[in-house]
Design a protein around this ligand. Structure first.
Ligand SMILES: Cc1cc2nc3c(=O)[nH]c(=O)nc-3n(C[C@H](O)[C@H](O)[C@H](O)COP(=O)(O)OP(=O)(O)OC[C@H]3O[C@@H](n4cnc5c(N)ncnc54)[C@H](O)[C@@H]3O)c2cc1C
Length: 376
């Protein structure tokens, strides 16, 4: 008899796994999403390194409308005054088929939903109760439907509700005492940056990332600011007090509609305590956005589970060993970047910039720092 899988959550992780299961396996599966529809509002931009694109190409990502994505070649570092420090060549990790790619999250979700939407996706489904029956798990949803499955794949994001049904040990996400602000810009306007590359402006207690998200070169801007408490009504004031104080010329870029949200991270990487339950994407571990790897790791974790399922080798130990090894590498680098991107002392900023200039040209360092992350 065919084994049955319930995927909880229709984000990047859940939908990626669903596409691989549909295309390459005989497993029966269903994606259960708590919302009534997929969130396809424009959304923020995401960056996907070549390794994620290589995985997505197996489910035909190369056929996506080329106008709706961008392939930046470099990461340009600036100080908050918009003076260039140095640049890093990202294209060295590219192959002909898989290139560093930036796009809007909604475009990726549209692509991932295409083959899944009608047959394999159910909306308005939130788990009410779970129980184990022989070798299977019975999931009851709060609309009084249920499903009896062999595996539960939790892909319900950093605040994973599925965890609360299966795990005794709490691993609640922590507020990083920082907030993110997002703006979409139609052009680079009077910023002194290249709209072909990713630009990173490093300030005191804040940094700004800008990158094109399509061939029209609309730019996604994310500004991360350290602050003790998240108060959406105070975002404009925080931008004024922190960013514009350091460079008043940046005022124009915050004139468009802004969205803000608090930054959370998962404190510990913990294994699943149930051999039939697996966590992927942010439900496994939520990273800080300072290595731009959240979506990439969601894709990778889904791919790892798929490969183990395909080879009928899926067990908690093997998956956890594989996933936690990679998650630790990404976590260390995301945390280190967060620390060094926000130095408030100008002495520390100057020392960092000297190191940056030196290190971006060192092949062995780049291979160690990024190569390990971009390897799938
Ligand atoms: C400021 C910022 C910038 C970022 N930039 C980047 C970037 O440049 N590159 C990058 O790779 N990543 C980036 N990320 C991170 C990235 O977007 C996430 O890591 C990624 O989207 C996680 O995908 P996911 O599928 O695991 O979870 P989610 O996208 O959170 O999806 C979870 C899904 O599960 C559903 N759900 C939740 N609870 C339940 C439930 N109880 N039952 C059923 N369904 C449920 C939700 O509605 C949702 O559809 C950024 C994040 C932030 C905050």
């Amino acid at each position: 008899m065919k084994k049955k899988i319930a995927i909880i959550g229709a984000g990047i992780a859940g939908l990626t796994l669903a596409n691989f299961l549909k295309k390459f396996t005989n497993y029966e599966f269903m994606v259960y999403e708590k919302e009534e529809s997929l969130s396809l509002e424009e959304g923020y931009g995401i960056q996907l390194a070549a390794n994620s694109i290589k995985i997505l190409n197996e489910i035909n990502f190369e056929k996506i409308n080329n106008e709706k994505i961008f392939n930046p070649k470099k990461l340009d570092f600036y100080n908050i005054k918009n003076e260039k420090i140095c640049d890093l060549d990202l294209s060295k990790f590219n192959t002909n088929e898989s290139r560093y790619t930036t796009l809007q999250r909604s475009i990726l979700i549209e692509f991932l939903k295409e083959d899944i939407y009608t047959q394999y996706l159910r909306f308005g489904k939130k788990i009410k109760e779970v129980s184990e029956l022989k070798d299977k798990i019975l999931i009851k949803f709060d609309d009084n439907t249920n499903d009896l499955v062999d595996f539960v794949l939790a892909a319900d994001g950093i605040f994973s509700n599925t965890r609360s049904f299966f795990e005794k040990k709490k691993n609640e996400p922590k507020f990083k005492k920082a907030i993110a602000v997002r703006v979409i810009l139609n052009s680079k306007s009077d910023l002194n940056i290249s709209d072909e590359n990713i630009s990173l402006l490093l300030g005191s207690n804040n940094h700004i990332v800008l990158y094109p998200i399509n061939k029209k070169k609309e730019l996604n801007l994310v500004c991360i600011m350290r602050c003790k408490k998240f108060d959406p009504d105070n975002t404009n004031q925080l931008i004024k007090d922190l960013v514009l104080k350091q460079n008043p010329k940046l005022k124009n870029i915050f004139d468009n509609e802004i969205k803000s949200w608090p930054l959370y991270f998962t404190p510990k990487i913990l294994p699943s305590s149930n051999k039939k339950v697996f966590y992927i994407g942010d439900a496994f571990n939520g990273f800080l956005p300072t290595l731009a790897q959240g979506a990439g790791q969601s894709i990778e974790s889904a791919y790892e589970i798929f490969n183990l399922l395909k080879e009928t080798k899926l067990d908690s130990y093997t998956y956890f060993e594989l996933r936690s090894k990679k998650a630790k590498i990404v976590r260390r680098r995301s945390n280190f970047n967060f620390f060094t991107f926000h130095f408030s002392s100008s002495l520390m900023q100057n020392i960092r910039n000297i190191f940056l200039k030196f290190l971006v040209k060192r092949k062995t360092f780049i291979e160690f720092y990024l190569g390990k992350v971009y390897k799938s």
